[in-house]
Design a protein around this ligand. Sequence first.
Ligand code: MG
Length: 413
Amino acid sequence: MPCTRRQMLQAAAMGSAGWLGLPLPGQSQTLEESQAELSRHRLARFDMHRLRDRFPRRVGANAHGSVQNYGGSFRVRRVTTDQGAQGWSMSYQDPDVFEPFVGARVSELFDLATGIREEARPLDRILHDLVGHILRQPVWQLLGAKGPRDVPIYSGSIYFDDLLPQNGERGVQAVVDACQQDHAAGYRAFKLKIGRGRKMLPRDEGLQRDIEVVRAVRTTLPDSRILVDANDSYALEETLRFVEATKDCELYWFEEPFEENADDLRRLKDAFDRWELPTRIADGEARRESRHRQGLPPGPYGDYTDAFVEHLLQLTEQGLVDVLLLDLDIVGYSRWRQIMPEFARLGVPVSPHTWAWTPRPFYAAHLASGLGNVEIVEGIPGQAEGIDYTAFEIKGGLLHLPGTPGFSLRLTK
Ligand SMILES: [Mg+2]
């Protein structure tokens, strides 16, 4: 990457406060210069590709019973400006929403201090990548560089591999092998899906298998972090039995044991206290309602209803939920920029839900490094054909954020 003296001075001036996300006194000139640079680019064309993930192994079911297999497919959109700059991202949007933006200046659509402008919302993450390339900045720096460059990450792909027919008699060992495969790829934290008794096994047998799996992984990887996720499938009584049976396994967090409610969560917290366990409670991924279904446009938390988030925040205030798991894209990229400071002020860390497409953990990692207040990122081992991930490295359980422009993922199509 070419580096002029001016760029070096700019980089030095950014420091940890990050002038782009939060301009420092006396540096408005530089911000204006950057905005002026964006105004020299007009969006010229979009192209679309469909990519397919390839997980490193077949991934089993979760408590709801759907086998994850080798990963799914997804669409990406790339934009090219009249100056030849490009940005791209995974995108859920229909093709016709992009055409009206052809000819617009980047500066009309994107504000360096806040992100995408409301009318250009479908371009949100694509323009973060593009702006990063135009200004030669990684997204985490555009966001303010408030978090660490090395972001804790866990493997989110430890499902019920013991129940895949192909694993036959291997049983619990298949799950241990999955952890070891991800350990070899640099992960040191593993989220084990539990809740086999909801659909896949008789209720009690399922609980016993869940316990057996946790104990086997703890024995095999004594220094790892173990997280568990029941996808709201446990009854309170099963949750308490599970906690007692794994109380020497030092679980890092318990995710969605049952649908969040203060009474049951208090009983669970009491059990943690009784056994003096450090286990945290992570919640807020699954929801019953959406603004879309209520006929409402996206709100401050994207498609999450205000009532849902307010309930979660009440639970955090009561000390009953420790980490929020709102989905990366149900919220929306620029909205994270607005709400993260609010969560940080309340002392509530988040870990945006990213399953099940491999680019999403990297987008979440840029939020973690850029905005801070992300406890750990949900990683998805594997790669999509057509994406070059080699700028990133996971080592010792940490994902290192590169200094290259945009999201540092390269589209090779
Ligand atoms: Mg979950």
